[in-house]
Design a protein around this ligand. Structure first.
Ligand code: GLN
Length: 381
């Protein structure tokens, strides 16, 4: 048995969702929307299944979807991608991340990561033989500083695993922080693998900046996207990887022996969806922004100190000003059992020196769900 993996706890998302079911709680833990997703995109998938799109599609993804991805990113992010050599479809972003790590690092290579980190990253880095170097971000600003980067990068840095917009903090890193990161990557010759699955879930008129558009990064960055997040259908597990041809040749070798392909009917529907008019994407953002504000205002009115959220489905509250002795995990366990609301303790996203006073809530929910959660939370305040 593999002791690294057998020693791992069950992912916090699975644990909290199980507790939510057990206590019949409103689940604001695991990040998934209440909304079923755009009907036209779902119809395209259903039609494609019935019309026989059910055998192995090409290993790199259907030509139709690869072209749609390149067109979409040209329109939205100004990227110039060759669909034949620079775009690959994967079975979700997590496969893309795992594949990139397997393909790009050798045992002993150092990998720079940012904590709080999405819980899959660290076990995958370790299993690929990488030696993690953690940059610690702290509330309330969660800023990326030159000092922290200078400490994490060494001559052995081979890869950086980055996430922007950032789960769980809801931060969208600014131009200065991205320039700093690009500077450190080019100086050390490291590859930059960027999990950009929340690229369309950004608020207050922000525009997403991909690492592929940063100076000096076109040849060394791997951009990862997710249809599940773009269309709010998290179970679809259709991801895209964009990278220069030389990197893509290696990345595709990992993909061909991980999942090889991704359901063709879903690829067909995603290709259609990526071509939807601009207003659909902006309207979806507006709807989520309204939900963010509804939850933030409600939590604020109950006395919870709410941290800003610029993107993702998540906002955080900092318990420290309420009661410095309150720990996020104990708070979440008690919240789900006693008040019937599930949330995620942010300490679960740290590998060392955890911040233990911050709790993450998912706001990608109907008004009724948010109001019900707030009503229950009023018992705690
Ligand atoms: N990305 C989701 C979240 O952050 C969880 C995905 C999962 O359950 N593994 O809530």
């Amino acid at each position: 048995m593999n002791s690294l993996f057998s020693a791992l706890p069950t992912t916090v998302f699975e644990t909290m969702s199980a507790l939510a079911r057990q206590h019949d709680a409103v689940n604001l833990g695991q990040g998934f929307p209440d909304d079923p997703g755009p009907r036209d995109v779902r119809e395209k998938a259903a039609e494609a299944v019935l019309n026989g799109w059910n055998q192995y599609p090409p290993m790199m993804g259907t030509p139709e979807l690869r072209r749609a991805v390149a067109d979409h990113y040209r329109g939205w992010q100004g990227l110039d991608l060759d669909p034949d050599t620079e775009v690959m479809v994967t079975s979700g972003a997590t496969e893309a991340i795992a594949g990139a790590l397997l393909a790009l690092i050798e045992p002993g290579d150092e990998v720079v990561l940012f904590q709080p980190l999405y819980d899959a990253y660290l076990p995958l880095v370790r299993r690929a033989g990488g030696v993690p170097r953690l940059v610690r971000l702290v509330p309330p600003h969660w800023r990326l500083t030159e000092e922290a980067l200078a400490e994490a990068f060494t001559p052995r840095t081979k890869l950086v695993l980055f996430n922007n917009p950032h789960n769980p903090t809801g931060r969208v890193f600014d131009a200065g922080e991205l320039a700093l990161l690009a500077h450190f990557c080019t100086r050390s010759g490291a590859a930059l693998v960027s999990d950009e699955v929340w690229e369309h879930v950004i608020f207050d008129g922000r525009e997403h900046r991909s690492v592929l558009a940063l100076p000096g990064m076109r040849e060394r960055a791997v951009k990862i996207g997710s249809a599940g997040k773009i269309f709010g259908m998290t179970g679809w597990k259709v991801g895209f990887v964009c990278a220069a041809p030389e990197l893509m040749r290696v990345l595709s070798k990992a993909h061909q022996f991980l999942t090889f392909t991704t359901p063709p009917a879903l690829q067909h529907a995603v290709a259609y969806g990526l071509g939807k008019e601009r207003d659909w994407f902006l309207g979806t953002r507006e709807g989520l922004q309204r939900s963010r504000d509804r939850l933030a205002e409600g939590l604020g009115a109950l006395g919870f100190p709410v941290l800003p959220s610029a993107g993702t489905y998540f906002l955080n509250v900092d318990l420290a000003p309420l009661d410095p002795g309150l720990r996020d995990e104990a708070f979440c366990r008690s919240l789900v059992a006693r008040e019937g609301v599930a949330a995620i303790p942010v300490s679960a996203f740290y590998a060392e020196q955890p911040v233990e006073t911050v709790v993450r809530f998912c706001f990608a929910k109907t008004d009724a769900t948010i109001d019900q959660a707030l009503e229950r939370l009023s018992g705690f305040a």
